[in-house]
Design a protein around this ligand. Sequence first.
Ligand code: ATP
Ligand code: MG
Length: 352
Amino acid sequence: MKLLVLPGDGIGPEIVFSAVAVLDAVGRRHGLYFSYTKEEIGLAALEKSGSTLPDGILEKARSMDGTILGPISHLSYPPRDKGGINVSAAFRKGLDLFANIRPARTRDGVLHRGTEMDLVIMRENTEGMYPDRNMFAGTGEFMPTEDVAISMRKVTAQAIERIARVSFDLARVRRRKVTAVHKANAFVLTDGLFLREVRKVAAAYPDVVLEEVLVDAMAALLVRDASRYDVICTTNFYGDTLSDLASELSGSLGLAGSLNAGNHHAAAQAQHGSAPDIAGMDKANPTSMILSTAMLLRWHGERSGDTRYVQSAATIEAVIDRIISEVSTCTGDLGGPLGTRQFTQNVVDALC
Ligand code: ATP
Ligand code: MG
């Protein structure tokens, strides 16, 4: 499997190194070979080439089987005309990675804040409230006067149809329930269109239950009893917010894998950010990045029909579950004594 590896900002180089070490170990176990092309993005690239996303990176990604995308700190980027391109948005939009798949599940031995849960948030990734992803790219948010700011949101039938379809497909191999999260009482047209399209797709899946919940109620219901949910299908911004809530309730944002998937490419990307406060200190928990990479393997295995990739993903997940169930083998964020490197070595040893 040919992978583009982009270490990114902050703790990115440390956790991406961990993910690559884990891939090599699982590859030896299941007879798979991974080849890596490493490129700089983010602040490191800005210094050298004047852009956080140097020319040719997206083209390179297209020629690979997948990308390991390190965290990027676009909040500390300069404006776009000074080279500060939001790499994450460029990948999602440029490679049409329309589904952001974000699982959240509780685990034995790992302290969680809410009820037990095993759910997946399926977040539409290419449009919505994000100004760089609507039809007025770059101007989707503007200030007609100094004291007034206006934002626009794009929802299309085509984008909702495909996110709904992957949600129902996933629910079919899980617990056969899709919860569509919306706010159609207030956003009558945009969320109204979302619901119309989800219902249309639901009609083709009579074996899957469709439930509709308002986004504000959903936040409360996740806290009250997240065990009721299986696949949550929603638009970009709601999914962004609810997935942080769900993964933190399930234990920690640092444990949550995330995959940006399209029809032709996918990028593994941790749910958390670049954590500049602990960068280079051997403190980062690489679990989110490792589990995101496992999701990339499963995605590749399901598409290519090579079950060794799916088995590799399952092996990584089982080893991580076992290791993080003991506080003594966890990193500091989970109350454990280990640094990034030792934690990674333990995962690698368990895979060999
Ligand atoms: P960014 O602008 O890249 O999002 P941020 O300042 O918002 O950066 P986050 O990465 O979102 O930082 O992290 C928020 C907090 O969680 C920080 O205190 C950070 O140290 C911690 N954190 C995030 N990821 C991890 C991780 N993988 N391991 C340990 N701590 C983490
Ligand atoms: Mg952040």
